[in-house]
Write a protein of this length. Sequence first.
Length: 133
Amino acid sequence: MLMGMHLQTIGHPLAEALLGLEQQRMSLVWQTSGDAEDSGVYTIRCMETFMGEMKSWKPGFDLNTLKRKVQITDLRAKYVFKLVHSPLNEMKNDVTNHFTKYWSIPDDVRSDMLEQARVTRWERLNPYEAKHG
């Protein structure tokens, strides 16, 4: 559905065909209900591991929530590294320079920056709750 809406927005000829398809939401033993912040990581991992056969498909997510959070953190780092260091990344040098500057910031200041980023991310993902409590 979302892909169909995106294709419609950019005027792609297959948009209507996708929008006409019935959507079926799968029930997966490892799925979460409120992990919007990590949905992209889950999506990339599923795309990376799915080879067309549902019965044998195992994306490798642990059923234990704490272990799965560690897995998601590791996958996020893996994907960011691959994106930043890709030879196709035209911004590679800029990002590397920002990264170097970030690690030169004192730990306490960096911790404050991370907390503010976490709050901002939560507010963006939960606009109603952020506005109305």
